[in-house]
Design a protein around this ligand. Structure first.
Ligand code: PMP
Length: 284
């Protein structure tokens, strides 16, 4: 692969960063993953807007403009012949020379890394026809989940716990209510109504969530933004999650209990179709 590091394109084997990089030492970095379909970027502006917000919240300086980001993304797609997959982008507070809790002095350049991840068949994933199974785990993450940081250890542990039980993913539960999935936003459907947790610092503001809710609204579907419990999910007609890399994914089991018929629901299937076709139409 040809990757991008701090202004240069190079083979991945040559792209190295300092052992003093704050991303490495303190998990002091933010990221985005933008999906590529048909060699084009989906939801590009949404991801760049969220990136700018994450940087601002953490006071990480980075003066790369939206148009420059676009150029870098497109160049990586071209250099790597990427058709379907994603582009990973990470910005850390940079190489600070030594380990120190204090932020480095103004003018310390951030470390900027981008690379492609090829995932052929992403839009035709057979998992979407079967639906996936989730377990629930307590949400032990920090309370600024609206900032997309690379501090993903707990999400990683949750996914491993799910795998250990032969399931596909984990839902986080806090104060009795589902916050979100390990790397996605989650939804249930009851009597035709789509229920999903409202935006706050408790969850990541999914770019896919925002588009899918808009499309659902345009399709005259009823939406209620509020927290829901595991018991409610188990008694729901259907469940699903959304994320940039899996679009709309039906969920057919929660903590060992089948949701609805135990098969992907019609609302999830319909939203998946709409979302993928609209994403292809608006990709840049
Ligand atoms: N929540 C979490 C914790 C995530 O990691 C992700 C994936 N980025 C999402 C939600 C979904 O966000 P998006 O639709 O922007 O991919």
């Amino acid at each position: 692969r040809t990757v991008y590091l701090n202004g240069d394109y190079m083979p991945e084997t040559e792209a190295t960063v300092s052992i003093f990089d704050r991303g490495f030492v303190m998990g002091d970095a933010v990221y985005e993953v933008t999906c590529v379909l048909d060699g084009r970027l989906t939801e590009f502006d949404g991801h760049m807007a969220r990136l700018a917000r994450s940087l601002k919240e953490l006071e990480i300086p980075c003066d790369i403009s939206r148009d420059e980001w676009l150029e870098i993304h497109r160049k990586l797609i071209e250099l790597n012949g990427l058709q379907e997959g994603g582009i990973y982008l990470q910005i850390s507070r940079g190489d600070v020379g030594d380990r120190d809790f204090h932020y480095p002095p103004a003018g310390t350049p951030p470390t900027v890394v981008l690379y492609t991840q090829s995932r052929p068949g992403l839009s035709t994933d057979p998992k979407a026809d079967e639906g996936i199974k989730v377990i629930s785990v307590p949400d032990l993450r920090w309370h600024r989940r609206d900032i997309k940081t690379v501090q993903l250890l707990y999400a990683s542990m949750a996914k491993m716990a799910a795998e250990k039980e032969g399931k596909d993913d984990a839902w986080f539960v806090e104060d009795g209510f589902v916050t979100e999935g390990s790397s996605n936003n989650c939804y249930i459907v009851k009597n035709g109504k789509i229920i999903t947790r409202q935006l706050s610092n408790d969850i990541l503001h999914g770019i896919t969530r925002s588009s899918v809710l808009k499309m659902a609204q345009e399709a005259q579907m009823e939406i209620e933004e509020r927290p829901f419990t595991i018991a409610e999910a188990q008694a729901a007609d259907e469940a699903f999650f959304t994320s940039a890399s899996a679009f709309v994914m039906p969920i057919v089991e929660v903590d060992g209990v089948a949701v609805g018929s135990g098969k992907p629901g019609s609302v999830a299937k319909r939203l998946r179709e709409i979302y993928i076709s609209e994403s292809l139409k608006s990709a840049i």
